[in-house]
Design a protein around this ligand. Structure first.
Ligand code: 5GP
Ligand code: MG
Length: 172
C-alpha cells in the first residue's frame, strides 16, 4: 500500500495554516501582498492560506518541476513561466515543501531581479536535510523527517494529491 502512515492530519494542517495566515497578515499589516503559488504541489496550502490572510492579496501562480518519482532531478524546470508584476510589490512565495532548497533559491533569485519591495517565502513542510542551496523559509508549517511524503497537494508522479492529510509514501 503506497499510502503509508498519517504524518500530519487534516485538522493539524488547517489549524497551523490559520496561524500562519494570521502571522503573515500581522507582518504585512497595511500592505497589499502579491502571493505567488508554485504549482501544482502548493495548490491546497495556497488556497487555504490565502483564505486565512486578512490583508488584501493578489494571486499569481507559476508551474515548476524538479521531482521525478521520489527523487529530485536537481534541475528546476519552469522558471521561464514566471509571469506577473513583482516590481515594487510585497511578495510572498508559497510552496508545499522545502527539501534541497534549489526550487526556492532559484525562484527567489529570479524574483529579486524584478526588484520587489519585499520578498518572503512560506512552505507547509520543511525536511530536516542538508540543503543544497542556502535558503530558508520565513514561514514554515511543520518540520518533518527526511522521508518522501504525499497528500494535501504533494504527489507521487502526479497521483495522491487529493488526500486530505500528509502521509508517508511506501515505495512498492
Ligand atoms: P527542493 O527544490 O527544495 O529540493 O524541492 C522542492 C520541491 O520538490 C517541492 O516543491 C516538491 O515539489 C518536491 N518535493 C520535495 N520533497 C518532496 C516529498 O517528500 N514529496 C513530494 N511529493 N514532493 C517533494
Ligand atoms: Mg513543488
Amino acid at each position: 500500500m503506497p499510502v503509508g502512515k498519517t504524518l500530519i492530519s487534516a485538522a493539524q494542517i488547517h489549524r497551523r495554516t490559520r496561524e500562519l495566515g494570521q502571522l503573515i497578515s500581522n507582518d504585512h499589516a497595511g500592505k497589499e501582498l502579491v502571493v505567488l503559488g508554485l504549482m501544482n504541489g502548493s495548490i491546497f496550502f495556497l488556497t487555504d492560506l490565502l483564505r486565512s490572510i486578512t490583508i488584501p492579496t493578489r494571486l499569481e501562480t507559476c508551474r515548476l518541476q524538479s521531482y521525478q518519482d521520489t527523487h529530485t532531478t536537481g534541475q528546476i524546470r519552469g522558471i521561464e513561466n514566471l509571469e506577473g508584476e513583482f516590481r515594487g510589490k510585497h511578495v510572498l512565495v508559497v510552496d508545499d515543501i522545502l527539501d534541497t532548497g534549489l526550487t526556492l533559491s532559484k525562484l527567489t533569485a529570479a524574483l529579486r531581479a524584478q526588484k520587489p519591495r519585499s520578498l518572503r517565502t512560506a512552505v507547509l513542510l520543511s525536511k530536516q536535510v542538508a540543503r543544497k542551496a542556502r535558503v530558508t523559509a520565513h514561514y514554515i508549517g511543520f518540520e518533518i523527517p527526511n522521508h518522501f511524503v504525499i497528500g494535501y497537494g504533494l504527489d507521487y508522479n502526479g497521483a495522491y494529491r487529493s488526500l486530505p492529510s500528509i502521509h508517508l509514501f511506501n515505495p512498492a
